[in-house]
Design a protein around this ligand. Structure first.
Ligand code: NDP
Length: 403
């Protein structure tokens, strides 16, 4: 129970505040702040219409640590939920330390001029948060987020150890556009054009982006081509579950998406190196992002389902040797739109952000320090997934994956 300041009025921020308002016994006072206040006001209007709850709004540039700390104090926030972009993570963590507030985000920090997806910048805040008696929870979206909680739940209830884990992210939805990303275009394209990397026998194995793929038959969604990629939770999972021998991340993409990205990459439009244009320095990827559809406008157009989950193999708790489990959620784009006015990619990120925030406010996860999701107890989070729109299933497979 407590006061929450959400920063970032994009697709994910919108879902999170709608779901917080639907749980006003936990989120007793909600403020939404972003660079452009009109976006917060539009969302606040929808929240009021759908839930009857009034949320407050504010304008903030989260890169300005002093101004953000002042806003946190003015709101009296117990918890700051950072749903802006990864570039703002450290500035918002600094503002939380200055103002004495706790912190939660859904994506790890990245400097604008490097696409590395590494945790070390945020893990370096461990002592500062501990000494201040404050909690920072990293990566409370779906992936990272729920996929790490799924792994922890399997390790708590089904497996004594995890030998290998594959995270499978399938978006079987279609928005009818020739090319559009389903979350922030700049971050999405940085991710998919980065080299693929997976953890195997104590080392990172790197391969060029989008080279390894496999046709997987997803529950409900059916067969889709998924591509091996790097994703940030691989680093935290192999760190916190050191017994893991192999950890991989896969995401589905249609042929049209791959063709567009390949062309854009070949002609230099996905580069984050500055170039001169008309006497001004611009970043090609930022220019590209500005002409692509805004993902938060795609809700009404998107049909189909997502299926995201983990396949993990390890020693069974019941002493019955090695077992393999598949744990996943299916989410329907149109149902999300009907409930909160957003498509499923924003929904599957915004709902876990709300649930992670609730874990802190319910005192389940409130402990000084910087934590990744797999370090925290999974049980109440898993119950809340079932009760707040992201039900999950777990089934035993015949044996380890064969891809
Ligand atoms: P959007 O681009 O839709 O929204 C981001 C919002 O952040 C915008 O409204 C923007 O403000 C605001 N913002 C940007 N810079 C600043 C700043 N300096 N100060 C204040 N506000 C700022 O992104 P999404 O909603 O798609 O994604 C939000 C976050 O969720 C991202 O970090 C993304 O990486 C993460 N994510 C995580 C996933 C997971 O499963 N873990 C999956 C998908 C996304 P404005 O519009 O007001 O200018």
């Amino acid at each position: 129970m407590g006061k929450t300041l959400v920063i970032g009025a994009g697709g994910v921020g919108s879902v999170a505040v709608h779901k917080m308002a639907m749980n006003s016994d936990i989120f007793t006072d909600i403020t939404l702040a972003s660079r452009r206040k009109f976006k917060c006001d539009d969302i606040a209007k929808s929240v009021k219409e759908r839930t009857g709850v009034e949320i407050k709004t504010a304008e903030i540039d989260a890169m300005d640590v002093e101004a953000t700390a002042a806003l946190i104090k003015q709101v009296g926030a117990d918890l700051v939920v950072n749903l802006a972009l990864p570039y703002q993570d450290l500035a918002i963590m600094d503002a939380c330390l200055k103002a004495g507030a706790n912190y939660l985000d859904t994506a790890n920090y990245e400097p604008e001029d490097e696409a590395k997806f590494e945790y070390h910048w945020q893990w370096a805040y461990q002592d500062k948060f501990k000494e201040a008696g404050l909690t920072a929870i990293l990566g409370s979206g779906f992936d990272p987020g729920v996929t790490s909680v799924f792994a922890t739940w399997l390790r708590k209830h089904k497996l004594d150890s995890i030998r290998q884990i594959d995270i499978l992210d399938c978006n079987g939805g279609d928005n009818g556009k020739a090319f559009a990303t389903n979350f922030n275009p700049e971050i999405n394209i940085r991710e998919v054009t980065a080299p693929a990397r997976h953890w195997e026998n104590g080392v990172w194995v790197e391969s060029p982006a989008m080279t390894h793929n496999y046709k997987f038959d997803f529950p409900v969604v059916g067969e889709k081509n998924m591509y091996l990629m790097y994703h940030e939770e691989l680093e935290s999972l192999k760190t916190h579950f050191p017994e893991i021998q192999r950890a991989r991340f896969w995401m589905t993409f249609g042929d049209a998406y791959i063709n567009h990205v390949t062309v854009l990459q070949n002609i230099g439009m996905t580069s984050i190196e500055p170039v001169m244009h008309d006497g001004k320095e611009i970043i090609p990827l930022q220019f590209l992002a500005s002409v692509l559809p805004d993902p938060s406008d795609l809700g009404e157009l998107t049909k189909g389902k997502t299926c995201i989950g983990d396949i993990a193999t390890g020693n069974a708790k019941d002493g019955a040797g090695e077992k393999t489990y598949y744990i996943y959620n299916i989410c329907d784009h149109e149902e999300c739109y009907a409930e909160v006015g957003s498509q499923a990619v924003a929904y599957t990120t915004g709902v876990p952000a709300m649930i992670g925030a609730a874990q802190f406010l319910k005192d389940n996860w409130a402990q000084p320090g910087v934590w990744n999701m797999e370090q925290l107890d999974p049980d109440d989070f898993m119950d809340m997934l079932n009760n707040h729109g992201l039900p999950w299933e777990v089934k035993e497979l015949d044996g380890p994956v064969q891809f």
